[in-house]
Design a protein around this ligand. Structure first.
Ligand SMILES: Nc1ncnc2c1ncn2[C@@H]1O[C@H](COP(=O)(O)OP(=O)(O)OP(=O)(O)O)[C@@H](O)[C@H]1O
Ligand SMILES: [Mg+2]
Length: 221
């Protein structure tokens, strides 16, 4: 079996709020493999965003251990090996849509035809006509689609998407998911997608649930 993308054991993350500890993630033990498609569900405040940031190596656990056997050290993951779609809008305001989508390729110094890769990523989410627009000219839903295009452009090993359909109506959310899952069909790229929407979770092969920071993956670690 190929090395796991992520192996986590008893991972916890405690924040300090006004000097008092808040345990956002208490116990997360899991293994993520190539090609996995996971919905991460749980109530608001249950720790989904915190866990995704730990998976991306963007944040470090307060306890337990997390490793990326197939990918390397925590500092080497973003943006080429792991793409993270933030819950909050994260496009750079002075850059056009096409320039925002090109960013992971430029930051990771990827070779190849950047323009072609950007056009392909934009087309995947039907965004070609917005290529030269600035983020301030976009709707909230369009911003989310551009962020998805930016996540796929570098063909990462893992995409972590934090409520990517949260701002979209049902039909638009379904279209975004169709485009993403169609693009990933048959590919080794793994996907972990945080969502509150059962219709979105149903489209994924596995559902992992966070309850007050405790992760249930539904399978033995
Ligand atoms: N930077 C931070 N500093 C202090 N506390 C934080 C911070 N980020 C999150 N928390 C706390 O950690 C807990 C988990 O937050 P998190 O954002 O991971 O939840 P979530 O499941 O993503 O929620 P939502 O569905 O609303 O996005 C919450 O109690 C939150 O208040
Ligand atoms: Mg969140």
């Amino acid at each position: 079996m190929a090395d796991a993308l992520i192996e986590a054991r008893d991972v916890g993350r405690t924040y300090l709020q006004g000097g008092s500890p808040v345990a956002a993630v208490r116990s997360a033990t899991f293994r993520l493999q190539e090609g996995d498609r996971v919905a991460l569900i749980g109530r608001s405040g249950s720790g989904k965003t915190t866990l995704l940031h730990l998976m991306a190596g963007l944040d470090r656990p307060s306890s337990g251990a997390i490793r990326w056997p197939a990918l390397g050290g925590a500092d080497t993951l973003l943006p080429a090996k792991i793409a993270l779609v933030f819950q909050v809008p994260s496009l750079l305001d002075p850059l056009t849509v096409a320039e925002n989508v090109a960013l992971p390729l430029i930051l990771s110094g990827a070779g190849g035809d950047v323009r072609q890769a950007v056009l392909h990523a934009l087309a995947t989410f039907a965004l070609e006509e917005l290529a030269d627009k600035l983020p301030e000219e976009l709707s909230g839903g369009q911003v989310q689609r551009v962020a998805m295009a930016r996540a796929i452009v570098g063909r990462p090993s893992l995409i972590l998407a934090d409520e990517p359909t949260g701002q979209l109506d049902r039909a638009t959310g379904r279209a975004l998911l169709d485009a993403l899952l169609g693009h990933l069909a048959g590919s080794a790229t793994a996907l972990v997608l945080a969502t509150h929407d059962p219709a979105v979770a149903e489209r994924m092969a596995a559902t992992w649930q966070l309850r007050d920071g405790v992760l249930a993956t539904g399978s033995p670690p």
